[in-house]
Design a protein around this ligand. Sequence first.
Ligand code: HEC
Ligand code: HEC
Ligand code: HEC
Ligand code: HEC
Ligand code: HEC
Length: 233
Amino acid sequence: MKPIFPKWMNSVPTFLFIVVHSVVILVIAGFWYYATPKFFEIGYMPAQPDTGFNHQIHAGKLGLDCRYCHTNVEDSWHANVPPVATCMGCHAENKLNVEIASATDEKVQFIRDAYDQDKPIEWRNVHVVPDYANFPHDAHINAGVSCFSCHGQIQAMPVVAQVESLSMGWCLDCHRNPEKNLVPRNKVTDLFWVENEWFGKPVEERTHEGMTPEELNQTLLRNPPLHCAACHY
Ligand code: HEC
Ligand code: HEC
Ligand code: HEC
Ligand code: HEC
Ligand code: HEC
């Protein structure tokens, strides 16, 4: 008896299976690729090695200036993360007073181990712009853009998380209208002050060293670029 369906029809289910699944995978991949950077990077908070590093304690409670550790941030494009030696300045044996040291000893052992083994601590990078775009820290700091505008209230963060999208639209939003983001140059790293005494007050109530925001802007404002080659080359 002649079969109803020709033999090649046997492979149709397999063929359909592969096609349908490829489409599903493509849709997921597409969503991942296009949607992820915009929606999911805000809040990105990778786990740091061992007990980590707490900005709330060091930059908030102890009041260390950002530049104590991020030493390059106003002189270079790149904001460096400090070497182990910077931590050892306080966390080497017997450097802290006994009371604090006993409570903290165990939590900072990984610093001493790294130092003894002459190895860096593998901090996980939080903020990243792709290689094809260039971001210079020095130009922003010197123009009076506070760390607060781009990194949020770091002085209150036990663990650093990303608070802005770092997308091109975000860069350009500020470049088109930078005035409202500028703070007095010598307050750039004083994030509590910036949040409460500057952005926390209506513009007409802000003053610093006898100057109004408008007068300050005269001393600060230069020309944030909008042309492609400023950021892509
Ligand atoms: C005692 C040293 C120290 C001080 C002071 C300090 N930091 Fe940090 N900072 C670190 C270390 C170590 C890391 C890497 C570990 C981490 O991300 O928590 C880091 C990471 C960061 C990151 C995330 C970097 C990335 O990977 O994207 C930002 C942003 C940052 N610091 C901003 C600041 C700001 C703003 C201040 C001042 C208010 C400050 N830091 C003060 C040591 C310090
Ligand atoms: C200027 C001195 C100083 C420097 C520099 C410093 N620390 Fe600390 N750190 C302290 C003090 C003081 C404490 C204890 C704070 C407390 O118990 O309230 C502390 C506490 C800690 C703790 C325990 C936190 C907790 O959850 O209780 C860790 C971990 C730590 N530091 C890591 C680091 C690392 C990593 C670096 C280098 C990037 C560093 N510290 C640089 C002074 C310093
Ligand atoms: C105008 C926005 C802006 C300002 C202001 C700013 N940053 Fe950043 N920061 C960024 C961006 C964007 C990145 C990611 C850079 C990259 O991937 O090349 C970054 C990265 C970092 C990193 C990680 C560097 C690394 O490669 O591990 C640190 C640390 C940091 N910033 C600290 C600071 C400190 C401290 C201040 C204030 C003194 C500050 N930033 C001010 C936007 C800013
Ligand atoms: C909150 C405001 C703000 C944000 C956000 C911001 N910028 Fe800027 N940017 C400025 C200001 C203000 C200047 C002007 C500095 C000057 O002219 O000296 C500037 C200048 C620059 C310059 C020129 C530097 C020079 O040497 O002339 C580049 C490149 C740049 N920004 C890239 C970026 C990129 C890339 C991003 C996003 C990842 C970004 N900026 C986000 C405010 C901002
Ligand atoms: C102020 C800095 C800045 C300027 C000016 C700028 N870009 Fe970008 N651009 C960026 C950053 C930062 C990214 C990375 C965005 C991300 O990670 O999502 C980007 C991403 C892109 C992308 C990748 C696609 C995307 O949206 O993620 C393209 C294409 C692009 N830019 C083209 C341009 C062109 C064309 C111009 C001129 C009209 C331009 N850019 C001007 C900072 C800039």
